[in-house]
Write a protein of this length. Structure first.
Length: 292
């Protein structure tokens, strides 16, 4: 049928020059629209970045909060531009987009009922952002994941574990969240000394070390202080030191405290004990057996 219709066409009267000119103009229009799309996206992203930079400098929002909202705004802006780009391309081909836009609402409604997990992700992500539960750069724990937040979206949240693994977590699975990056953090160090050593002398030496480190480290907000005997172990008396530090600096302070206290205790002859095992061997007694 189609072959017969094609064979009946009069190709001799067909104006190929007009066809090639129209096709060339269409291609140039598509290229021009794509260039405009790239330019608008680049300029828009710069405007968004500058807007959030100014907002963070005015201390209206924190730096991490500004980065979170900036990334989300750029994503939404890109989606809108892509939609406008494709609609414009369809109009070049004289395609009536009114039925497409009308059908989009019906299709969206059907997807909403069918993809309930996706809708739940978007709704949960919206409230996470609205309630400022987390921001990019925060150290959080949720479910089986702990790490640094790298990206917060309406559908997923990306958390980088300390071993380097990047975890993609659907927002609907964030049922409970612990944010360790809000306010100062606590550095905690437990040091064991021998039962034979003087506890008061050990506390005095350790507190002297803590005072020295506090004067050197600007990341320490309060302390460190030796609060006293924490527990009595099987082979040691455990003394506890606590301090308040700036966010994400607690681990570095703990490492420095352990090193300095170990060196100070060694210099003053105070032993940090370790488990010992004692073996008792009984000598074999030779017994003479008399035979009569």
């Amino acid at each position: 049928m189609y072959l017969g219709a094609i064979s009946n066409l009069n190709f001799g009267n067909f104006d190929w020059e007009v066809l090639f000119i129209d096709a060339g103009l269409l291609i140039l229009q598509i290229i021009g629209i794509y260039i405009v799309f790239l330019v608008v996206r680049s300029v828009g992203n710069r405007v968004i970045s500058k807007s959030f930079d100014r907002a963070s400098k005015r201390h209206d929002v924190s730096v991490n909060r500004a980065k979170t909202l900036e990334g989300l705004t750029k994503n939404v802006f890109s989606y809108v531009l892509i939609f406008i780009f494709f609609v414009t391309i369809l109009q070049l081909f004289e395609y009536d987009i009114a039925p497409l836009l009308a059908g989009a609402g019906v299709v969206g409604l059907a997807i909403g009922f069918g993809a309930q997990g996706l809708v739940s992700d978007v709704v949960t992500g919206f409230f996470i952002l609205l309630e400022k539960q987390l921001d990019i750069g925060d150290y959080v724990t949720t479910g089986n994941y702990s790490g640094i937040v790298e990206q917060v979206g309406l559908r997923t949240t990306q958390i980088r574990s300390f071993d380097g693994t990047l975890n993609y977590l659907p927002n609907r699975e964030i049922t409970s969240l612990s944010n360790h990056s809000r306010g100062n953090m606590r550095a905690l160090v437990d040091i064991g000394i021998s039962y034979d050593d003087n506890i008061d002398e050990a506390i005095h030496i350790m507190q002297s070390v803590c005072d020295k480190i506090a004067a050197e480290e600007d990341t320490i907000e309060e302390g460190p202080n030796v609060i006293g005997v924490q527990s009595l172990g099987s082979s040691d008396v455990v003394l506890r030191i606590i301090a308040k530090t700036k966010n994400m600096e607690q681990w570095g302070v703990e490492r420095k405290l352990r090193k300095a206290i170990k060196e100070a205790l060694d210099a003053n002859g105070i032993e940090i004990p370790f488990p010992h095992q004692v073996f008792i061997q009984k000598p074999n007694e030779e017994k003479e057996v008399s035979r009569g």
